[in-house]
Write a protein that binds this ligand. Structure first.
Ligand code: PLP
Length: 632
């Protein structure tokens, strides 16, 4: 039986590795559509996209699920609860949200307005601190201030204290203490301080530079000791409350994390011994996401669970504190990626598929290539193989003919370069080879098929989005995100395709996909159907992507919407953001659209054309200014 005959939604789930990266938040229903799942509710994402479009929310659209944010937070706290119970850990746990991961109002508000868990906020700049001071209205929220600080930043932190927040100013350099002392004299309030140290443990990953001795941030052991002396000299040792270190983001190896936690805990104990009565130990970020669904050491995966992570932190700190007789500190993590990645999905459509035609047209009359012997022979062999390709009955047969055909194509290409073979013959050879590859797939099934199709036989699927705007890490870091069709998953995906975005740039394409447990240079998709949209979902894009996105080719932010699942199978939309209009994008560039409008009117007035046509042209310009930048 061929793979296409045995294919079903279970094959689709395992092929696209859904159970391994989705954390239970996404699945496939009996219709072959992707669903979002929270608690006991499910939502068909294909149907949702159709509804959104009927309501004027055009593709691409970034769909955010606030309930996934909440559930992820619950899972994080539950893991630490289990670890604390298991180790009989006496200290508390607080998840701090590093807002740089996603500063969108709806994300910040979700973490702020949920009341189930005490969530702290971590900021790295004055602007992020301002955002927090604006969003957080309650008094009991901890705000952790990281990053290099000038006097204005530290003044703002003191203003936060006056507003009633528990602000912790984490000192990155000894000079910052001087500013703090000045502000204390001015504001008359006592600050809480933290110190960031750099560990020598290095955790490998795409962001490993942020950890280790060569790290950009953090005090060396020497500087840390100097800071302790400075605190003592100024009589403010009691202000120092938090030790912080950060080993990097997306750390795939638990062993490396564990080494860092142990080193951090030892530093904590040493600082205690020097007289700092620290009560908070902040282990920073690093908790990874299994984008690849492989549970491995790959930079886009992780070889541990959240439980393993929590256990490693709690047990390392616990054992050092017990050895040294120190009270267990409140543990802070800054796992922003893990808190947000799953909650956002980019949905878009394929606008065009560039594939090679199965059969080339007959020779055009007037073909000028001389009919040499070589050409006659090649044509005859090509015809024989093309006939066979349509009647392949086994995989071995298909594989054998593929090898022969490749040889023939090579000969034909040489003949073409020598002027003996026409363009039409060359095209026919390519088309036949492609037919053979399709046959091979049918016999063997994509996941067992080890020979990679040649790059030129991978179709180009042009998608209605900008990779630079919506998944910039693909461009910058070759990041892998799970991508799959939102529908037709009960149907065998017989087409190998590479996704390209709308930008006029060859970089605007995705080269790595997760397929059947491997990273492949193509994605198995379906043939496009005339009159039916083909929708794709880009998953796990909730962390970092939105704010890192840029305006390459002036594609702006797409539509975004919050979707809340309800128990009766319905859903509620909120915070619909129409995305950037072209006018807004031009304004970012300081282009004066009011002046443009006047100029266009003046110029069109001088054109000799009927008035209704001139009006139509003006309407087009106006409508384009108000439209978003994607294909409609
Ligand atoms: N905390 C600090 C100080 C960071 O620099 C970062 C990001 O690199 C984070 C937290 C977030 O880490 P993650 O991406 O692992 O959530």
């Amino acid at each position: 039986m061929s793979a296409s005959e045995v294919w079903n939604i279970k094959s689709a789930a395992s092929h696209y590795r859904l159970p391994y990266w989705a954390n239970g938040f996404f699945g496939i229903n009996a219709l072959g559509h992707v669903t979002a799942r929270v608690n006991a509710s499910q939502l068909d994402l294909y149907t949702l996209s159709e509804h959104l479009r009927r309501q004027g929310i055009s593709l691409p659209v970034l769909v955010r699920f606030p309930q996934i944010l909440q559930q992820t937070l619950n899972n994080l706290y539950a893991a630490f609860e289990r670890a604390r119970c298991c180790c009989e850990y006496a200290g508390d746990y607080v998840a701090a949200y590093p807002v740089k991961v996603n500063q969108q109002a709806s994300v910040m508000r979700q973490f702020y307005y949920q009341t189930r868990w005490p969530v702290a906020f971590e900021v790295g700049s004055k602007a992020e601190l301002m955002a927090c001071l604006g969003v957080l209205q309650q008094r009991d929220r901890v705000i952790i201030c990281h990053g290099y600080k000038d006097q204005a930043y530290i003044r703002l932190a003191f203003t936060g204290i006056l507003l009633g927040h528990a602000v912790v100013i984490v000192l990155e350099s000894p000079a910052e203490l001087r500013c703090v002392l000045e502000c204390h004299a001015r504001f008359g309030v006592r600050p809480a301080l933290g110190m960031r140290v750099r560990l020598s443990s290095v955790a490998k990953g795409n962001w490993q530079n942020t950890g280790g001795e060569h790290s950009k941030f953090g005090l060396t052991a020497n500087q840390a000791l100097q800071l302790v002396t400075d605190l003592q000299d100024n009589g403010v040792t009691a202000w120092m409350d938090m030790l912080h270190f950060h080993m990097g983001s997306q750390i795939p190896s638990l062993q490396q994390l564990r080494a860092g936690f142990r080193e951090g805990a030892r530093t904590f104990a040493e600082l205690h011994a020097l007289g700092l009565e620290l009560t908070k130990l902040n282990v920073g970020g690093g908790l990874a996401i299994d984008y690849q669904g492989s549970r491995s050491n790959s930079y886009f995966s992780m070889n541990y669970s959240i439980d393993d992570y929590a256990q490693a932190i709690v047990s390392s700190i616990n054992s050092v504190c017990r050895e040294q007789g120190i009270s267990a500190p409140t543990i802070f993590t800054e796992s922003g990626r893990a808190m947000t990645a799953h909650h956002a999905v980019l949905i878009t459509n394929v606008v065009n598929a560039q594939t090679q035609p199965e059969y080339t047209p007959e020779y055009a009359p007037g073909n000028t290539v001389p009919r040499s012997n070589k050409r006659q022979v090649a044509k005859q062999r090509l015809k024989t193989l093309a006939d066979l390709a349509r009647r392949i009955e086994s995989h071995t047969q298909a594989a054998r003919q593929s090898i022969e055909l490749k040889q023939l194509v090579r000969e034909i290409n040489d003949g073409f370069a020598d002027g003996e073979i026409s363009l039409a013959d060359k095209a026919r050879a390519e088309a036949t080879l492609r037919t053979l590859h399709t046959q091979l797939l049918k016999f063997k099934g994509h996941h067992q098929y080890r020979n990679e199709p040649e790059a030129k036989f991978v179709a180009k699927y042009i998608c209605n989005f900008s990779l630079f705007q919506s998944t910039p890490d693909v461009w910058g870091l070759r990041q892998i995100f799970p991508v799959l069709p939102l529908h037709r998953l009960d149907e065998f995906p017989c087409r190998k395709a590479r996704l390209h975005d709308l930008t006029c740039d060859s970089d605007g394409r995705i080269d790595s996909y997760i397929e059947a447990g491997c990273v492949k240079p193509y994605l198995s998709l379906h043939e496009l159907r005339r009159g039916q949209d083909y929708l794709l979902g880009f998953f796990l894009v909730g962390a970092y992507q939105e704010i890192l996105g840029d305006l390459h080719n002036l594609f702006g932010q797409p539509y975004a919407v919050n979707v809340e699942l309800q128990t009766d199978g319905n859903y509620r939309l909120s915070e619909v953001q129409p995305g950037d209009t072209i006018e807004a994008i031009l304004s970012y560039l300081h282009l004066d659209t009011a002046e443009m409008r006047q100029t266009w009117s003046r110029r069109l007035a001088r054109v000799s054309a009927p008035t209704n046509i001139k009006q139509f042209a003006l309407q087009q310009l106006e409508a384009s200014l108000r439209a978003n930048s994607y294909l409609t």
